[in-house]
Design a protein around this ligand. Structure first.
Ligand code: TMP
Length: 392
């Protein structure tokens, strides 16, 4: 493993602070990112125990955003038509945003965050409130294998890829399909979206890395689609090598070609990226300093886990950002970890008391700009830090 990026000491991205704990010392870890020359995998170097991140207080709910609801609904329609699955397992079912589009008889969820698992259990969807493992795979599929295994924005959070894929291999029927969806490394590197790296994102996958890993488990990608969620993701369609029902589509070769052309197989590409990250930090700080000199009111929008990386890496605190707006009930009246900026209940942006907004949830830019069109019309501005910090 070759380290190429150092994002400094970081708190746990989703550990929002209560006011009474503001003076407590926060647990921090060194956020460094590395490249594996052998299999091309990009991962963070120091990991945090999973129980500290995925427990009964997980704040993120996929259903909160219109973009995500629509993305999952559209996928469901396509999946039903293309694969007609009768038995589905979803790994990381969150609040049921994907699961609820299927009949209760046809799908089971796996969700270790108990507060989320409760939400789908309460509406009678079978949900295992456990971490995905070989033991759980045996429990769920001892008698009947899954025709479809789906997992979005979850496998990149699990350290032991060996355990994940062994268990998937066990649970997937011979003719079954595995669909994985995660942020794309190509997009992340191209967009200088260094905030894709935080404690929960242990890996940001490229197609070339995933292909190498899957190969060890007799699995292969037969189709890949680029999606716009989470700042640019890939949806991989995977099968067992012995399954001859599906031929490998051109999309796989094309995606691999794009990644190799960009140099995702070379350390030099990541070193250039790390250089751009350093420049991005300087530029972002300059923007904040200039705006503050003009005594403008700056707030944040979307207190995301990604914001945690940016704010702590760039050392942007409440001197620059008065508070954040967020729609997630759990986050409201808490403080962002590290930077300790207050999170307030979302209100429509008003030009009367807000001049500039730092877009923490830049991955929902279109949805947010639509919602805030009046603010924009009246001259309200946004700071966006990807691909390069600017005011728009
Ligand atoms: P994510 O980038 O990790 O998906 O998190 C998105 C965060 O942004 C989540 O806390 C909800 C928040 N958000 C808003 O506050 N308003 C919005 O309109 C959208 C789309 C997201």
């Amino acid at each position: 493993m070759i380290k190429f990026l150092n994002l400094g000491l970081q708190p746990l991205a989703n550990s929002y602070l209560k006011k009474k704990n503001l003076n407590h010392k926060e647990k921090k870890f060194k956020l460094e990112v590395a490249f594996n020359k052998k299999n091309y995998l990009v991962s963070i170097v120091n990991t945090v125990p999973k129980e500290k991140m995925f427990n009964n207080m997980y704040p993120y709910k996929s259903s909160e955003s219109k973009t995500m609801r629509k993305s999952f609904k559209d996928l469901t329609t396509k999946v039903k038509k293309r694969f007609k699955p009768n038995f589905i397992i979803e790994i990381g079912s969150n609040d049921g945003v994907f699961m609820k589009n299927f009949n209760k008889k046809n799908i089971v969820g796996v969700e270790p965050c108990k507060n989320l698992a409760k939400l789908t259990k309460n509406i009678n969807y079978t949900t295992y409130s456990e971490y995905w493992s070989m033991k759980l795979a045996r429990k769920i599929t001892i008698n009947k294998k899954a025709e479809l295994i789906y997992s979005a924005n979850t496998l990149s959070h699990i350290k032991s890829l060996n355990e994940i894929f062994r268990a998937i291999n066990y649970s997937l029927s011979e003719k079954g399909v595995l669909i994985l969806e995660d942020p794309s490394l190509l997009k992340c590197i191209k967009n200088v979206a260094y905030d894709q790296f935080y404690c929960e994102h242990i890996y940001v996958f490229s197609t070339i890395a995933l292909k190498n890993i899957l190969n060890n488990f007799d699995l292969e990608i037969f189709d890949v689609q680029n999606t716009t969620t989470h700042g640019g993701s890939n949806r991989y369609f995977i099968k067992k090598k012995i399954n001859k029902l599906y031929t490998i589509k051109k999309s796989v070769k094309n995606e691999i070609k794009k990644e190799l052309k960009f140099g995702l197989n070379k350390i030099s590409t990541y070193k250039i990226f790390a250089d751009k990250v350093k420049k991005s930090k300087i530029k972002l700080l300059n923007i904040f300093q200039k705006l503050k000199k003009k005594k403008l009111n700056i707030i944040g929008y979307g207190a995301t886990a990604k914001s945690c990386t940016v704010l702590n890496y760039c050392k942007i605190g409440n001197k620059f950002i008065d508070y954040f707006y967020d729609t997630t009930s759990y986050k409201i009246n808490r403080y962002l970890p590290g930077s300790k900026i207050l999170i307030k209940k979302y209100k429509k942006l008003n030009k009367k008391n807000i001049d500039v907004v730092f877009l923490g949830a830049w991955n929902f830019k279109d949805e947010i700009f639509k919602k805030e069109k009046n603010f924009i019309k009246k001259g309200g501005k946004f700071i966006i830090h990807v691909p390069s910090p600017k005011i728009i």
